[in-house]
Each structure stands twice: as structure tokens, then as C-alpha cells.
Design a protein around this ligand. Structure first.
Ligand SMILES: [Fe+2]
Ligand SMILES: [Fe+2]
Length: 267
């Protein structure tokens, strides 16, 4: 039976942050590279509510079916950030609220400008909702893959437990954005615009919020090892099943720009 929006909303729940076994991290701490990945992920998950601001400034807000899901989506993402933040605090690092406050203070002017840009230009860009849904699909696919790679890398049972729960929710987010993108990419003209905009502007999740060095370090840690480029190629094949996006190689090309030679590492 195909997944429906109602089914996705009905299964929405928060991660039980209180149940995370902090002692398991205190007795067996994570290595520095894994913690750097978690810092990045915590900051970006906690920043999701700012992306929601931008989404709601576009005509997307006029569709109650979409906003119904987005309300659940931002709720779940909030607790992804909180859960990862709790793991970071077990290592003596800043948790989600402190890191989010610092990040938002630093980005106040840029975030305001982006919001104005979305508000002013979205009414004259009819392909924008389709682009935002396709963009969300790519972000959710790559985020889920990042968590899976970190689980495999860290081999830490308590981390595996938390990230497995998060990955299940990211799977529902993927289903939602894929459904919406497919529905909104019916017209060949929209497909052409979305394809071109993704190719020109899409960059790995967190780009523009985290520094280029941090983006590069995250991808290096998670995706340049054995099997990493193949995971990225599989994500590209899923994206290319959307109407008009065949042969785009979106994520591989974008990572290639950050880490030249990445695409040639695939077995
Ligand atoms: Fe998330
Ligand atoms: Fe997500």
C-alpha cells in the first residue's frame, strides 16, 4: 500500500531524549572525529526551524496538507538536535540550545536577508515549491546516509540506538518530500527549472551554515572511506527517479567540487 500523508503524520513522534544512556558515553567516549560529525549534525538539526521560516514564506504555506506534515517534521527535527546535543554534553561539549543560540546570533543578518529574499521572490517563481520539495528530498536522503555511515564508523551501541531511531524518522521525511516533489514536477518546464537550479545551487546539507572546512571534514570522515562514494551514487540514482532529473549525478558532482577526485573513488 503506498505511503500517504496521513500515515506519515500519524507516525510522528519525538525521540525520547530522557532515555538516552549518558553513562554509556561517559564510560566509552566517542573519538574526536565522530564528535565533530555530531557537532555538525546537532547544529544543523537545531537550525531546521529556521529553514521552516523560509519554507513558510513561500506559497508552500498555502497548502494545508504540506504544512500539516511540516509541523510534525520540525517537531521531530528539534528532538534530533536535542538528542545529539545530549550526547555532546556527556563529552563536556555544548548542547543543542547553547550551540543554536551562538549560531543564530552569528547569522542574524544573513537569515533575515534570506527570509526577505524568499518572501519577495517566491510569488514570481512558480517552480519554487517543486524545487523546495526536491531539495528537501536530497537533504533528507543525504542526512539519513550520514547517520548510517556514522553508526558504522563509530561502532558504539548507545550511539547506534539513538541514531537508528533518528534514521527511521528521516526515512519518513524522505517519503514525504519524495511524494511532494513527484507531484509538483509534472510539467516539463518546472522539471527543467528544478534540474538547473539543483545543479547550480544545491550543496551538502549545512553548507552556508557551517564553514567550508567543516563541510569538507564531515564528508571526508563519513563518505570518502570504503563504500562511501557508492552510497552517494545510490542516493543520486534515487534522486534521478524524480521526473526530469535523469542523469543529474547531483550529490556526486557537488561533493566532487568540494573534494576533487571523489567520484573516481567508487569501486
Ligand atoms: Fe533530522
Ligand atoms: Fe529529516
Amino acid at each position: 500500500m503506498p505511503t500517504t500523508l496521513d500515515a506519515l503524520v500519524a507516525r510522528s513522534r519525538r525521540i525520547e531524549v530522557e532515555q538516552i544512556d549518558i553513562d554509556a558515553f561517559r564510560s566509552h567516549p566517542l573519538d574526536d572525529a565522530s564528535l565533530a560529525c555530531l557537532r555538525y549534525m546537532c547544529d544543523i538539526e537545531s537550525h531546521t526551524v529556521c529553514y521552516l521560516c523560509e519554507l513558510l514564506a513561500t506559497p508552500v504555506h498555502a497548502d494545508p496538507a504540506i504544512t500539516r506534515f511540516l509541523a510534525c517534521w520540525v517537531y521531530e527535527e528539534q528532538f534530533h538536535g536535542d538528542a545529539i546535543g545530549k550526547i555532546l554534553t556527556a563529552h563536556g561539549l555544548a548542547g543543542a540550545p547553547d550551540a543554536a543560540a551562538t549560531l543564530r546570533r552569528a547569522r542574524r543578518a544573513r537569515d533575515w536577508l534570506r527570509l526577505v529574499g524568499f518572501s519577495v521572490f517566491s510569488p514570481i517563481a512558480p517552480a519554487l515549491p517543486g524545487l523546495l520539495m526536491a531539495w528537501g528530498m536530497v537533504n533528507e536522503l543525504t542526512t539519513q546516509a550520514g547517520y548510517a555511515r556514522l553508526v558504522a564508523r563509530a561502532e558504539h551501541p548507545a550511539l547506534t540506538g539513538v541514531l537508528t531511531e533518528i534514521m527511521k524518522q528521516e526515512g519518513r521525511h524522505i517519503d514525504f518530500y519524495t511524494m511532494q516533489a513527484r507531484a509538483l514536477l509534472e510539467r516539463p518546464r518546472d522539471q527543467r527549472i528544478v534540474r538547473s537550479a539543483l545543479a547550480r545551487f544545491w550543496a551538502p546539507v549545512g553548507s552556508g551554515v557551517k564553514s567550508n572546512e567543516e563541510v569538507r571534514a564531515l564528508i571526508s570522515t563519513l563518505f570518502t572511506g570504503p563504500g562511501g562514494p557508492e552510497v552517494v551514487a545510490r542516493i543520486d540514482r534515487r534522486i534521478e527517479r524524480l521526473p526530469g532529473l535523469a542523469g543529474l549525478h547531483l550529490v556526486t558532482s557537488s561533493v566532487e567540487r568540494l573534494l576533487p577526485g571523489f567520484g573516481r573513488r567508487a569501486a
